[in-house]
Ligand binder design. Structure first.
Ligand code: HPA
Ligand code: ZN
Length: 348
């Protein structure tokens, strides 16, 4: 039975979302026009061209798209557009990645894009009742010194940034390459997350946990290959921010029917569902829930657990967590779900 109504009505958090990956073709063309660029394609043609062999194939197009973002206003409009979409998806809290190095290397100032994004987040807090945190993500295919320089630039915005992350081309760029940068980030009071086990092996997930001291793993699909790692994830309550439509589009898994999320839940791993780069992968967060619910015939209880996990795994204060968890109960009880994991732990 499709559970669209339940999926839509549950308040949820989105924890794995690249703001540059929310750049819809229509918006891209508008920004290109503002700066006098030409993409040489219509919005429909751009959408049709979004077929990717693997992560690198996607990243080539993703970075080309980011070239259209130049001004404070572009970044503000982009972020506001995502937060409106989040509202439509009943997302009450979002943790938003951004890629400073992708903009700095094009000559855009750190304050231009950071302030553009932050002012939209503040607006959404006031006018859409969506809270959000910003995660500064390092491009792992660039040298570690480059990441450390970005951290230096971030110093004056330290109170606006919640965590650091690690994204871009995974294979050949293991987490251990960034041990110093993550240590500096920790000393600056920032929390830590890292993409690991998207295309890379389980050993990259081990490194992210043991060397980078991460609070969460982004993706983590490949953990299914390592029973000892699954035991650790469950025991230490290290959440996975999974993105089914992304993993399907980038051929991380051949078919959503093989997606390991049920297995993870059964083993007590705190899995969550997210959209990653919704403008490129065919759907926002509710579409990710719906796709995986259909593929695996997930039960209302499993859907409710995934949504409550998203709140528990977020970096929001316990009081706000409690407030949102209370609001999850209604829609779940309406679908016959009486008990699921609503317990708070002491993570954030
Ligand atoms: N993986 C790695 N890096 C990224 C992604 C992703 O899915 N999206 C944007 N940067
Ligand atoms: Zn991602």
């Amino acid at each position: 039975m499709p559970l669209n109504e339940l999926i839509h009505s549950i308040p949820k958090a989105e924890l794995h979302l690249h703001i540059e990956g929310t750049l819809e073709p229509k918006l891209m063309l508008e920004f290109a026009k503002r700066t006098g660029m030409s993409m040489g394609m219509s919005a429909e043609e751009l959408k049709r061209a979004y077929r990717f062999k693997d992560l690198q194939d996607f990243l080539n197009i993703y970075y080309k798209g980011t070239d259209t973002l130049r001004t404070h206003e572009d970044f503000y409009d982009l972020t506001m557009h995502y937060l409106q979409k989040a509202k439509e998806n009943n997302v009450v809290h979002a943790e938003i990645f951004y890629d400073p190095q992708a903009h700095i290397r094009r000559g855009i100032k750190f304050e231009t894009f950071t302030e553009g994004i932050i002012s939209a987040m503040k607006n959404a807090r006031r006018n859409l009742e969506i809270s959000s945190n910003l995660i500064l993500s390092f491009l792992r295919d660039l040298p570690e010194e480059n990441a450390i320089r970005v951290l230096d630039e971030a110093t004056s915005y330290i109170h606006e940034i919640k965590a650091v992350g690690l994204d871009s081309a995974e294979l050949g760029n293991p987490p251990s390459k960034f041990s110093k940068a993550f240590e500096i980030a920790k000393d600056m009071g920032l929390l830590r997350v890292a993409h690991a086990g998207e295309e890379g092996p389980p050993s990259y997930i081990w490194e992210a946990i043991e060397i980078l001291n991460v609070e969460r793993i982004d993706h983590g699909v490949k953990a299914i290959e390592d029973p000892n790692l699954m035991k650790l994830l469950a025991k230490e309550r290290i959440p996975l921010t999974m993105c089914p439509l992304s993993n399907k589009k980038l051929n991380v898994i051949p078919d959503l029917k093989n997606y390991p999320v049920r297995e993870f839940l059964k083993r007590g791993i705190m899995a969550t569902i997210n959209s990653d780069d919704p403008a490129y992968f065919g759907g926002y967060v509710n579409e990710n829930y719906t796709a995986i619910q259909r593929a695996l015939n997930l039960t209302p209880e499993e859907i409710c657990t995934l949504a409550s996990n998203s709140i528990l795994a977020s970096f929001i204060p316990e009081e706000r967590k409690r407030e949102i968890l209370e609001k999850i109960k209604g829609p779940c009880e309406k679908h016959g779900v009486q008990s699921f994991n609503l317990s708070l732990d002491s993570r954030a």
